[in-house]
Design a binder for this molecule. Structure first.
Ligand SMILES: NC(=O)c1ccc[n+]([C@@H]2O[C@H](COP(=O)([O-])OP(=O)(O)OC[C@H]3O[C@@H](n4cnc5c(N)ncnc54)[C@H](O)[C@@H]3O)[C@@H](O)[C@H]2O)c1
Length: 302
């Protein structure tokens, strides 16, 4: 079985490629390396440095792709607010371009966002039936592609699964970026610096470990489910202050955070109901927050 992974040089993509290869899959990576790193790409994968906006027909035909895991994207909420045109070009037009070239694959798995599409929750935990009212252009673009997939499944019989990830954290997360609070805090505290908390720190997220997400991606390919969306998180609400305190207590450092203004376009509280993924995908998260943070700290210091 040959799987095309877009964004396979990125944080979640490269962890997923490693898992797929260890499970015996052949993997083709398409990534423009705009945020991904070539050194993260597993050496056994076939790599094309290309954009999802490029003419992709030749690659898809030549490689005889069986399944697609689409993770290549503009991933920053802040960037989507500053430049919604760019966000929609990459995330919407790039995705449509890719999907159009992959209508004959056995399964198309799409990395959507449970944190960005629902908007400020009407109830918690948020299940897949919760109204979708994204606050940011990024959330709009992520959900737009879910709708395109639905349309292509109705019109062309495309078999797809949308996975709505929570806040993913773990090794290879960019510790210098604007998003990815766990890696950013961990790196700053390891270096003896005070992390900046946007807002009061009581905002909550559903933090899920990257290797658990990689497993969900694999199961979405393997299980006989299609044309639906699944939340992929832990079902647990964790505040940003709790993340800070957990890292501080593992490191045993006496550091205090700096508080700044909240970021526009981000929800205050969220956590995801994952009953559907448990029941239909047979997936459940296996790595708890403290162990996941310990693994991330080990990675950052190795
Ligand atoms: N990190 C999270 O918490 C999270 C949560 C929900 C959803 N997601 C989704 O998961 C996917 C992976 O995110 P990530 O956190 O690993 O981010 P990332 O930035 O590490 O990975 C994105 C990858 O896509 C590549 N890319 C960007 N534009 C491209 C283009 N035009 N053509 C080809 N490749 C391109 C980048 O170079 C990078 O390797 C994204 O679709 C993102 O929206 C992430």
């Amino acid at each position: 079985m040959k799987v095309l992974v877009t964004g396979g040089a990125g944080f979640i993509g490269s962890n997923t490629v490693d898992l797929l290869i260890s499970e015996g899959y052949e993997v083709v990576v398409i990534d423009d390396l705009s945020t991904g790193k070539k050194e993260y790409i597993n050496r056994e994968a076939i790599f094309y440095r290309a954009s999802i906006l490029d003419e992709l027909n030749d690659i898809i035909k030549k490689e005889e792709i069986d399944c697609v895991l689409h993770m290549g994207a503009q991933v920053q909420v802040r960037k989507s607010l500053e430049d919604p045109v760019f966000d929609s070009q990459v995330n919407i037009l790039g995705s449509i371009n890719l999907i159009e070239n992959c209508l004959d694959v056995e399964k198309f798995v799409y990395a959507s966002s449970g944190g960005a599409i629902y908007g400020e929750p009407e109830y918690l935990p948020v299940d897949e039936e919760h109204p979708v009212k994204p606050l940011s252009p990024y959330g709009v673009s992520k959900f737009a592609v879910e709708n395109y997939l639905h349309s292509f499944s109705k019109t062309y019989g495309l078999k797809y699964v949308s996975l709505r990830y929570g806040n993913v954290y773990g090794p290879r997360q960019d510790p210098y970026g604007e998003a990815g609070v766990v890696a950013i805090f961990a790196k700053r505290m390891l270096d003896g610096n005070r992390p900046k908390i946007n807002g009061d720190g009581n905002q909550t997220r559903d933090f899920v470990y990257v290797k658990d997400v990689a497993k969900a991606n694999l199961m979405a390919i393997e299980k006989k489910v299609s044309s639906q969306a699944f939340n992929i998180g832990t079902g647990r609400e964790t505040s940003v202050n709790e993340i800070f305190n957990t890292i501080r207590s593992i490191l045993g450092k006496n550091i205090t955070p700096i508080y700044g203004p909240p970021i526009k376009g981000e929800v205050y509280r969220i956590c995801l109901d994952i009953k559907k993924a448990k029941k239909k995908l047979g997936w459940r998260p296996e790595i708890g927050l403290e162990n996941g943070i310990r693994e991330l700290l080990e990675y950052l210091t190795s």
